[in-house]
Design a protein. Structure first.
Length: 76
């Protein structure tokens, strides 16, 4: 074995889920609940299909109205 062998770096996690608290979801997480990808989730938000609250530049999907809209029975 060569002494110049490259050492591998530890893998970083691809994406850390954002904690929006008990009352909100990130846009990709809300879209994931109905089978949408990241880009499709943002497109649905622009079209008004996913409700969004804006706080400055940050956008949050309110959890309870979203769960009611998609017909989820468990609000936990």
């Amino acid at each position: 074995m060569s002494k110049w062998r490259r050492k591998s770096k530890p893998l970083k996690p691809k994406g850390k889920p954002r904690n929006r608290g008990p009352y909100g979801l990130s846009i990709p997480d809300a879209g994931k609940m109905i089978g949408l990808g990241k880009n499709a989730s943002y497109d649905a938000t622009k079209a008004g299909k996913i409700p969004v609250m804006e706080f400055g530049k940050q956008k949050i999907v309110p959890r309870l109205p979203w769960l009611q809209k998609i017909g989820a029975t468990d609000a936990a």
